[in-house]
Design a binder for this molecule. Structure first.
Ligand code: PSU
Ligand code: MN
Length: 332
């Protein structure tokens, strides 16, 4: 099995080796793979990647910290090793200790790291959360083939004018990693997002009995996924087939919001419309758009969107971990 595209060099993390002064070595890969993750990869046991923009920019403190730790324990409950990915002081971490997650959750100057920003964060020794695009890529470097998150980025509304199309979509087209998410939020242009995913050759499947493509807070967006997988077993079969065919693109498994949270979806979507107007009034652009809208929606719904967000991530990690486990039990 092709596992590692990177030679794991000397670890250069200050936290992990506290007695050694952090040193940026020009010829070393600034990559710190947690020992639990390394061990699991070496033993061919399941690992589930988790992103960290959700910690630095997607949720307020302390919910961000609690959720990041909770979702790791959901993975462990399935005997799956969680690999939260992010950058701390210029070192890319794959798998974190609590101290790392705390740093991301509390740091006031952490940046949002999309693919384009990885080298900048490393070169300038910055701290930040990795988006879906950066997390997918880093996971792939390490031989981790599945990752769970809340929502993925997409084509922004009016994207046909602004060309604000998330790097997540291109990365999904270029990296053979499975991403388990609750679809894309209605802050985005969902029909165009699905079109773009098709252009990029991304295999998209709704998890569950229908092909309705979920819009994060609601079970459907009014758009259809190209297919659906009715169970973890079907999802594993699709992902394994995709692997066997050596597809270079990723798989997006879109998991609808659980029933108990679905009732708040309409209320939240109304707040989304208002937040988008406010975003335009304030001339917010670029990578600040998504965090601004998420924050506004949380305020407008008095925390209902945050509560739903947490349930959604937990649900996605629960399903992602089961798929990760199933893939290890499936003969290729
Ligand atoms: N959508 C959400 N919550 C999030 C994000 C997206 O519902 O936290 C984050 C993810 O990390 C995603 C990134 O990869 O925002 C996309 O940002 P942009 O639209 O700037 O590409
Ligand atoms: Mn963007």
């Amino acid at each position: 099995m092709q596992r590692s595209l990177i030679v794991f060099r000397k670890f250069v993390c200050y936290h992990c080796q506290p007695r050694r002064q952090f040193q940026f070595e020009s010829n070393a890969t600034p990559l710190c793979v947690h020992k639990n993750v390394k061990k699991a990869l070496n033993e061919n046991r399941p690992v589930l990647a988790l992103e960290s923009t959700i910690i630095t920019h997607g949720m307020p403190y302390p919910e961000n910290l609690k959720t990041a730790i909770d979702v790791e324990s959901i993975a462990w409950d399935h005997d799956v090793v969680p690999a939260t990915i992010g950058v701390i002081n210029g070192v890319v971490h794959v798998g974190m200790d609590k101290v790392h997650i705390e740093t991301l959750a509390t740091s006031s100057n952490s940046i949002k790291i999309s693919k384009r920003d990885i080298a900048v964060a490393c070169a300038k020794q910055l701290t930040g959360g990795t988006t879906v695009s950066a997390t997918m890529l880093i996971a792939h470097w390490c031989g981790i083939d599945i990752f769970a998150t809340g929502g993925v980025g997409g084509v922004h509304r009016k994207g046909e004018d602004t060309m604000d199309v998330s790097a997540d979509l291109r990365q999904l087209g270029q990296t053979p990693v499975t991403v388990v998410s609750a679809g894309v939020k209605s802050i985005l242009d969902i029909p165009r997002t699905l079109e773009y995913l098709e252009t990029e050759g991304v295999t998209v499947a709704t998890f569950g009995p229908t092909t309705d493509f979920p819009a994060f807070f609601t079970k459907t967006s009014g758009c259809q996924s190209p297919t659906n997988v009715k169970s973890v077993e079907e999802a594993v079969n699709l992902v394994q087939t995709h692997k066997n065919l050596k597809m270079e693109s990723g798989v997006l498994i879109a998991v609808p919001i659980p029933d108990e949270e679905a009732s708040v979806g309409e209320k939240i979507n109304k707040a989304v419309e208002k937040a988008i107007m406010e975003c335009r009034q304030h001339n917010i652009e670029g990578n600040a758009v998504t965090p601004f809208i998420l924050d506004q929606v949380n305020k407008l719904t008095e925390g209902a969107s945050l509560a739903a967000n947490i349930v959604l991530i937990q649900n996605n990690v629960n399903i992602g971990a089961q798929i990760a486990k199933g893939l290890k039990n499936k003969p290729s």
